[in-house]
Design a protein around this ligand. Structure first.
Ligand code: SF4
Length: 354
């Protein structure tokens, strides 16, 4: 019998985590659940998806509340709203809507940009993304090609570098920062744009699979705080910043488990953190059923020990000589976020950052 490498064992563990994951518990918390009802209408889905992903900062409940409120102000039909924008009442319709630092006038300008994109590109946002992909050149790696697609998408949503036609509004203050590009200074992770493209491209549940010309093998992981924390602690990266190079490194590692669908674990990893299934500290009661516990840095050098007489099912015990689990890594190799989390459990319902 051949011995399995640690790498393939992690792939098996992630598969197990995914196969047992309660998607139906977590999907209602995810902004994607408010986009899915539009899926018979591709344009409305794209617009609802752009709105949802743009608002995907902070607590999932506040994201859902803000998106629901915005869609209601669009009479529940974002496709038609964008098509007819601006009505003379648009400021009254959208104001005083606000989500954290994102304002109604910025959403109004986004409607202007979307309207112009659909006028110029019959294939909509997928066509814009493909235009960017084509600029990367045939020899470019997946991360670089995807970054070029995101860059084109970002530029078109910001101010239309492809067409440069005049619009009726100037971008309001703070608008351009809503659509970062991987090529910007500091190479941001562009989590929200990666999330939007994942929703549009992946065909497997719960994603929508509406973009049929973009290969799912190119997708890059939407790197939020939860995904990053778990990815770091199961050894998918040792980078300490959530930037584009980290996105590419994690995705390249995940591609070893499934070359055709490297981001298939994203929803599961994100919602493992959002739901509190991962306490981000060594908690025997919560970590006991975790499928990636043997891969997790926090459990290196520790095992579970049942306590029959107590109400607590398990306790963590340091491994004695002879255990095959590798020793604990030096704590200085962990990132500051991880150390902070080990003493203070994270918020149970955030999908922030990016
Ligand atoms: S073992 Fe615990 S801390 Fe580590 S990933 Fe699993 S749930 Fe999170």
């Amino acid at each position: 019998m051949s011995r399995r490498s640690p790498r393939s064992r992690l792939g098996d563990h992630l598969d197990l985590l995914s196969s047992r994951f309660p998607f139906d518990r977590s999907l209602p918390e995810d902004p994607l659940s408010l986009v899915r009802p539009f899926s018979p209408d591709r344009r409305a889905s794209e617009i609802a998806g752009v709105l949802a992903s743009t608002l995907a900062v902070g607590n999932v409940r506040s994201i859902r509340h803000a998106l629901t409120s915005l869609l209601e102000r669009m009479d529940g039909d974002p496709g038609r709203y964008v098509e007819r924008f601006p009505s003379h009442r648009w400021r009254m319709e959208l104001h005083p809507w606000k989500h954290r630092w994102i304002r109604a006038d910025q959403m109004g300008f986004l409607c202007v940009r979307l309207q112009e994109i659909y006028r110029r590109y019959p294939g909509g946002l997928e066509e814009v993304f493909l235009t960017g992909l084509a600029t990367a050149g045939p020899g470019a790696e997946a991360g670089a090609r995807f970054a070029s697609g995101l860059h084109a998408l970002s530029e078109a949503l910001r101010w239309g570098s492809h067409d440069r036609s005049p619009t009726v509004f100037e971008p309001p203050p703070g608008y351009l920062a809503l659509f970062p590009t991987p090529f910007a200074l500091g190479h941001p992770a562009c989590k929200r744009a990666c999330l939007f493209v994942r929703w549009m491209v992946r065909r497997a549940y719960p994603d929508l699979g509406l973009w049929t010309k973009v290969d799912s093998s190119l997708l890059q992981v939407p790197l939020d705080t939860h995904v990053y924390w778990i990815a770091y602690h199961i050894g998918l990266t040792r980078r300490r910043s959530r930037t584009w190079p980290t996105v590419v490194e994690i995705t390249d590692r995940l591609r070893m488990f499934d070359a055709t669908d490297p981001v298939k674990f994203d929803f599961v990893l994100a919602h493992t953190g959002i739901s509190g299934d991962c306490p981000k500290r060594r908690d025997p009661a919560v970590c006991a059923p975790c499928e990636v516990r043997t891969d997790c840095d926090l459990w290196k050098g520790h095992s579970l020990r049942p306590i029959a007489s107590s109400g607590v099912a398990m306790t963590a015990a340091p491994l004695v000589r002879g255990d095959r689990t590798p020793p604990v890594r030096p704590s200085r190799r962990r990132d500051p976020e991880a150390r902070a989390s080990s003493s203070a459990p994270p918020s149970r319902a955030r999908r922030g950052g990016g």
